[in-house]
Unconditional design. Structure first.
Length: 396
């Protein structure tokens, strides 16, 4: 089954053609990151206008690269939530219009579920290839296994989810304030690094570690150069990153002191700092790279620490054999390496998507759609966007 997937939930415009939910024929992503970098984050009105100008060329490119015409496509799928309303509307409307014009089944896809299904994606195949003949959901070598513990970490979500089977999700914990990706983006802004913050902080951290090694010191020193707080929220699988963000803000500001950090830990206070980000970022950048990079490394280590330990604890409690990462932050190499180290002694496997499938893309939309279409599901053309959509959790 060939599915044309469309993704437009935020600042990436994507179109992809995927065979049998797993095999890539094409995957085109146009990113607006350069435009939003100017503002230190996504400006929703700018994002939706860009989606409008980009969507048709991206779609045409995806069909061309897949080497197929409309006669080859079996269904169309587009993200309908969560995300920015204006951005979502563009991809969903184009998807529905194309389904009507070509008389094809249509399916709206939950963006968060699609991030999980990025783990089913494999390499590129040619349209003529017979490599996959399995139009079913039987387990295939390399697929994620159920039940699995899934850590969904994107720009707007941080959730620990027990995935019992296709479409069966149990929420174990979520962030009480900032999402992990949001913390990366905001801290990058504080430090005067580029948007999106995740890759920029990862790069700064790697550079800090290399510098120390060149000086004959241990790279680990970079990770603990600044003592930053970890919010463990013991006894729960919830997360909190706003205290950490505020601690970085104060260090960048030069107002170092345990008392200050302690007093600004509440998310209420953290919100008041947001307007200062750009100013602080510029000041920090002006003070020179070394401290900024060490601070970036210490911040990343604090986030990785909490995410890895809590995920490992959940995996142990629920006796799963696999941990699955999903969302943009799953691209983080330190997180992947740390989780490998946590899980290997327990004989729990770690699975994560290839880097290009971690951040927003349309291949994952088509993959998630495949498993819904197999169940005979499809949507009417009256489907509307749902900016606040969550995963379809079952009750515990
Ligand atoms: O899943 P995604 O592409 O978009 C949403 O659905 O939100 O995630 C974007 C987030 C951004 O916050 C970005 O900074 C973060 O993923 N990210 C990373 C890395 N690459 C992207 N965070 C940490 N390390 C990375 N290498
Ligand atoms: Zn996403």
């Amino acid at each position: 089954m060939l599915i044309l997937g469309i993704e437009s939930s935020c600042d990436e415009t994507g179109a992809a053609v995927i065979k049998d939910g797993r095999y890539l024929l094409s995957n085109v992503v146009a990113s607006q990151a350069e435009i939003h970098d100017r503002y230190g984050g996504v400006v929703p009105e700018v994002a939706s206008r860009q989606q409008l100008t980009t969507i048709i060329p991206v779609l045409e490119m995806a069909l061309e690269q897949a080497g197929c015409g409309w006669e080859n496509i079996d269904a169309i799928a587009a993200t309908y939530g969560p995300g920015l309303a204006g951005s979502l509307l563009v991809g969903l409307t184009v998807g529905k219009a194309l389904a009507m014009a070509h008389n094809l089944p249509f399916l709206g896809v939950n963006h968060l579920e699609a991030h999980i299904y990025a783990n089913w994606l494999r390499g590129k195949i040619e349209l003529a290839s017979n490599e996959s003949e399995h139009s079913d959901w039987e387990y295939q070598e390399g697929d994620p296994i159920f039940p699995s513990m899934c850590l969904v970490i994107s720009g707007a979500h941080s959730e620990l989810v027990l995935v019992r089977d296709h479409g069966q999700y149990e929420l174990l914990g979520r962030t009480r304030d900032d999402a992990a990706g949001e913390a990366f983006d905001k801290v990058a802004r504080i430090l005067g690094l580029s948007y999106p913050g995740g890759p920029a902080i990862q790069k700064a951290s790697q550079h800090a570690q290399e510098e120390l090694q060149q000086q004959g010191k241990s790279a680990i020193q970079a990770l603990n150069a600044f003592r930053l707080p970890r919010s463990w929220l013991r006894g729960t699988y919830d997360f909190s990153f706003s205290g950490l963000k505020t601690a970085v803000l104060h260090l960048a500001e030069g107002v170092v002191g345990e008392q200050n950090i302690h007093n600004t830990r509440s998310s209420e206070n953290a919100g008041k700092q947001v307007s200062q980000y750009t100013r602080m970022g510029l000041q920090a950048a002006q003070r020179g790279g070394a401290n900024v990079e060490l601070l970036a490394a210490s911040f990343q280590e604090a986030v990785v620490d909490v995410l890895a330990v809590k995920t490992r604890l959940a995996a142990q409690e629920y006796h799963v054999k696999q941990v699955v990462l999903a969302g943009g932050v799953a691209a983080n190499v330190s997180l992947r390496a740390r989780l490998e180290r946590e899980l290997r002694p327990l004989d729990i496997r770690l699975k994560y998507p290839a880097i290009e499938f971690c951040t927003d893309n349309a291949a994952m939309i088509a993959s998630a759609a495949f498993f819904h279409l197999l169940r005979g599901e499809q949507h009417g053309l009256d489907l509307d966007v749902e900016p606040g959509l969550s995963l379809p959790f079952s009750k515990k």
